[in-house]
Design a binder for this molecule. Structure first.
Ligand code: AFP
Length: 319
């Protein structure tokens, strides 16, 4: 029988009264998803495609939709009063949301894969929620230097052929699909597990010559075990594909200059940590090549990290 997100959340609240804040938060994140989905779906009709005249803190050119979605998330999350502070891939600094009684902080990538918007390919919003550390200022960087294991909720919205909300609050991974006629997210799948079979790997093959010898060896093994490459270039879409179809995603550190100064691209707080939480909750694994992603204690807000994520057996095997 059809179950809406609202029914799901209320049912959950009945069984876990201590989840009140988390239930409210998921309802708010779902609304953010609907707003962004409406805008991305109309990207070709409104003047929101293309690049803005700005770069973010990572020195990456921002798409107009990066700015729109970042502002939307910021204002909406401020108004929910559930969050004391936020960190965004598109913000230089932590934003104090001036909600002194709020118990949570949130890190997010408002529009992951935004360079794909202009060609109508799936993009996403990724979020990671921690408890606010007591006795530390809301906007103190320590709030955002917590290890992934301490997340209380993490997930993503995928704006693809349909819009999906995929999240975990620590009891498995649950998926909802937006019914645009009803304006409601409908439960599609509970306790999703990464398949045992791993037919696919996701890697940007153009970087193959620029990764370390160790990663070349890992990649060789991945290619041999999986066989088929599928790479969309939006982490959310690539991860989602592997979650459903079975596979592994790898984005190693690379150096296109050939000088051996290998650097990773993906962001720990906004991309790797939340995806690693989902992977583990779905029976998978995530590593930076040395450590489980969820064990890494960030030392910087916008820290980058190498990522190998997906089927647990295969992640273990190639390490
Ligand atoms: P953008 O948001 O700038 O498009 O970056 C997306 C991303 O961080 C991640 O979603 C992709 O998996 C990855 O970059 C793709 O990077 P490459 O284009 O270097 O393969």
């Amino acid at each position: 029988m059809t179950k809406t997100l609202q029914q799901y959340l209320l049912e959950n609240l009945k069984n876990n009264p201590d989840r009140y804040d988390l239930v409210m938060m998921m309802a708010d994140i779902a609304t953010i998803g609907k707003l962004i989905s409406a805008r991305t779906n109309r990207a070709g009709l409104t003047d929101v495609r293309g690049l803005a005249d700005s770069t973010n803190v990572q020195d990456e050119t921002q798409a107009k939709l990066d700015i729109y979605t970042n502002d939307l998330c910021k204002e909406y999350l401020r108004n929910t009063a559930l969050f004391a502070a936020l960190a965004s891939e598109e913000e230089n600094n932590i934003v104090d949301l001036e909600n002194p009684n709020a118990q949570y902080i949130i890190a997010f990538d408002p529009l992951d894969g935004s360079s794909n918007i202009d060609v109508n390919v799936g993009v996403g919003t990724i979020f990671s929620v921690h408890k606010r550390l007591p006795d530390v200022d809301a906007a103190d960087i320590k709030q955002f230097l917590q290890a992934g294991h301490d997340q209380v909720v993490a997930g993503y919205l995928l704006y693809g052929s349909s819009t999906m909300l995929v999240f975990s609050w620590g009891d498995g991974v649950h998926m909802f699909t937006l019914d645009v006629d009803l304006g409601e997210f409908i439960l599609s799948d509970e306790h999703v597990k990464i398949p045992d079979e791993t037919p696919y790997y996701s890697f940007n093959e153009s970087y193959a010559p620029y990764i370390s010898a160790v990663d070349q060896a890992r990649l060789g093994k991945i290619r041999a075990v999986t066989g088929k490459q599928r790479y969309i270039g939006s982490l959310v879409a690539d991860f989602h594909r592997n979650l459903i179809k079975g596979g592994i995603y790898i984005y190693p550190a690379y150096d296109a200059s050939g000088k051996g100064n290998f650097k990773p691209k993906l962001r720990l707080n906004y991309e790797a940590k939340p995806m690693a939480w989902l992977a583990e909750q779905a029976g998978g694994a995530a590593s930076d090549g040395d450590n489980a992603i969820l064990d890494i204690v960030p030392s910087e807000l916008h820290q980058r990290v190498a990522v190998i994520i997906g089927n647990k057996k295969l992640v273990k095997e190639i390490l």
